[in-house]
Design a protein. Structure first.
Length: 395
């Protein structure tokens, strides 16, 4: 088993909270991680029809069969269990008694909010990061400005196209073939269970259109119009993508410098391999010359930092900055030392124009020497007060 960066956070949480919850997309390795990290726990999957029927018809009896700590996989399938778990942990609040996992973030979080608020530690497990696959240590977002991370090997284009879903790496599968099957399963199972989507072909087109907008400002009205659905339908369908860990929104940073700022978020995908599949990019060579090369690289940089936040046990405090004139900083990381502006460029050769957004930020805020430029080349150094960082040393 490839060690996961989330493991230390889960073990720490299990010693402090009576309930530990892990959500993430299907096939991200949740079951493998939990059974490895909590070897002494009993295990039950509510994906199994008989276990689910037992939990739904007799939740008290279902829980009574476990003497000691237990892992309940895909727990959102039996929502009544959460109220009974609340009673049990209130009576016996020993830490680590219940470990819950689920692939539907919205359904699981709704039950947690209703029954287990204040009693549960919530974590997210996403597909493998390049650092996990290469055995490198976790690097926290709080340390993003010190430039001391270990270097990744390989080419970013190859890493982006393959993505991080564990079955691809564990079994050496062809990424495009597996991702095609994954997409079909996602449409047939998760989409139907999360919302009433009457036209799966229209939803499929919606997902493909979202992929074409990765790294861009999100305009739901235009997105819906291009797909032939209403603004409200587009908003609901995007919520499905977020709840099932396919896509996420990056919100604008709050600092306005007395400028009129955009209020629209930017759209990204959780896994760049899936994004490349949707864009019909099948190889590193194709990505290297594709029109979406820059957007995929930016997606990789943002999504990997987001994983580091989750695995370190922190909610990501990430945003971007853009004013009404189009001046922009691709990523802003909020740390205890203040906001760190990050510019992202896929080019391997660093040119003066790459620093435009950072210079504008410094001019407005008077905050020099904090900016980071992440680029697609191999070298890392300081240049005119900016930390020029190879993608190999990000985050």
């Amino acid at each position: 088993m490839i060690p996961r960066h989330l493991t230390p956070t889960l073990l720490r949480a299990s010693g402090q909270y009576p309930v530990v919850s892990v959500t993430g997309p299907r096939q991200s390795g949740k079951t493998t991680l939990l059974r490895h990290a909590f070897e002494d726990h009993r295990y039950a999957s509510l994906e199994a029809p008989d276990a689910r029927a037992f939990a739904l018809s007799d939740p008290r009896g279902f829980l009574a069969q476990f003497h000691g700590p237990v892992i309940l996989d895909e727990a959102q399938h039996a929502p009544d269990l959460f109220s009974y778990i609340q009673v049990l942990v209130d009576e016996r609040p020993e830490p680590g008694g219940f470990v819950l996992s689920g692939s539907h973030n919205f359904l699981l979080m709704r039950q947690i909010a209703q029954s287990l608020a204040g009693r549960v530690h919530i974590s997210h497990l996403l597909p493998f990061s390049p650092a996990e696959l290469q055995g490198l240590p976790l690097r926290a977002a709080e340390d993003v400005g010190d430039g001391g991370s270990a270097a990744l090997s390989g080419e970013w284009t190859e890493i982006a196209v393959v993505g991080g879903y564990p079955p691809i790496h564990d079994r050496g599968l062809e990424p495009a073939e597996w991702l095609s099957l994954y997409f079909q399963t996602y449409l047939q199972r998760d989409v139907r269970s999360l919302t009433q989507v009457g036209d799966l072909d229209a939803f499929r087109r919606f997902v493909l259109l979202c992929a074409g907008r990765a790294g861009q400002l999100l305009n739901l009205s235009a997105l819906g119009a291009d797909c032939g659905v209403s603004h409200e339908t587009a908003r609901r369908w995007l919520s499905v993508l977020e709840a099932s860990f396919v896509a996420f929104r990056l919100q604008p940073h709050r600092e306005n410098f007395r400028k009129r700022l955009t209020k629209s978020p930017k759209l990204y995908f959780v896994d760049t391999g899936f994004l490349c599949y949707l864009l019909n990019i099948r190889s590193a060579g194709e990505l290297a010359v594709h029109a979406m090369r820059g957007a995929v690289f930016e997606n990789l940089v943002v999504s990997e930092l987001r994983k580091s936040c989750f695995y370190g046990g922190h909610e990501p405090r990430l945003g971007f900055w853009r004013d009404h004139r189009g001046n922009e900083v691709d990523l802003v990381v909020e740390t205890a030392r203040g906001a760190v502006p990050v510019e992202v460029k896929s080019g391997a050769t660093v040119v003066a124009d790459f620093f435009k957004g950072l210079r504008y930020w410094e001019k407005l805020g008077g905050d020099e020497g904090r900016g980071i430029l992440v680029h697609g080349g191999d070298d890392s150094y300081r240049r005119s007060g900016v930390d020029v960082r190879s993608w190999r040393r990000w985050p």
